[in-house]
Design a protein around this ligand. Structure first.
Ligand SMILES: [Zn+2]
Length: 232
């Protein structure tokens, strides 16, 4: 009898889930579990810096109240991603933007990955004025990587690899592609006006928005990255 009561208590304790805590920002709410407090605080700091700054770059107004949920592990993150039909997460350093105002990220120990929440925020801002492409577009991704400052590990690697991968149309989740996107974003902001970039996001075609053929665009980008100095 005693043993069965103990077993029931253990079972009930196991069923109890640790609740999410909240950080209330000016226009955002961050949900996190206790162990991810440091990450939640840093996401809050990044939102303070970027919430108005990102829409200002595009000269648009974005004042949606957003919700950021930090899932405690890749399993919970994958289940949520699957439930909301957002596709399988690449790893626990990836995030998802949903609807007009929801951001899903995962607990991570990589400080660089805290910028993922801002990457997803840029997606929400872009969506508010340019709609969603309905697929993973290199145009949207390059701008999200660049504006959220997800600076790649090695520019040298991108420089070398760009010689063999100078043209891509569809989203590929390989290492080169992910790292090249940041520099494509930088190239866009260095060479085109915000007005042209906004047009590019609306049309999602370099031919229509920038009046340049896609292969010519990528060749120019390759020349640009080849000539870019490696920081010492
Ligand atoms: Zn993205």
């Amino acid at each position: 009898m005693k043993i069965s009561i103990i077993l029931i208590i253990i079972f009930l304790l196991g069923c109890q889930t640790i609740p999410y805590k909240n950080i209330e920002g000016e226009k955002w709410n961050i949900q996190y579990k206790d162990k991810d407090y440091v990450q939640a605080i840093l996401v809050d700091k990044l939102l303070i810096e970027n919430y108005y700054a990102i829409p200002n770059i595009f000269d648009v107004k974005f004042e949606n109240n957003i919700k950021v949920k930090i899932y405690p592990n890749i399993e919970d993150f994958s289940i949520a991603s699957n439930t909301y039909k957002l596709g399988k997460p690449r790893n626990n350093n990836s995030g998802k933007a949903m609807g007009e105002s929801t951001i899903l990220v995962c607990s991570t120990t990589s400080h660089n990955s805290y910028n993922v929440a801002i990457h997803e925020y840029v997606h929400l801002v872009i969506k508010s004025f340019a709609g969603s492409p309905g697929y993973t577009s290199w145009i949207d991704e390059s701008i999200c990587y660049y504006l959220s400052k997800q600076i790649p590990k090695s520019i040298k690697y991108v420089k070398e690899k760009s010689k063999e991968n100078n043209y891509f149309k569809t989203f590929e989740q390989n290492d080169y592609y992910i790292q090249a996107l940041y520099y494509i974003g930088e190239y866009l902001f260095e060479n085109y006006s915000v007005k042209e970039i906004t047009k590019l996001l609306k049309y999602r075609s370099v031919k229509r928005a920038l009046n340049v053929e896609e292969d010519v665009f990528f060749r120019s980008w390759c020349t640009w990255i080849e000539n870019k100095e490696i920081p010492t």
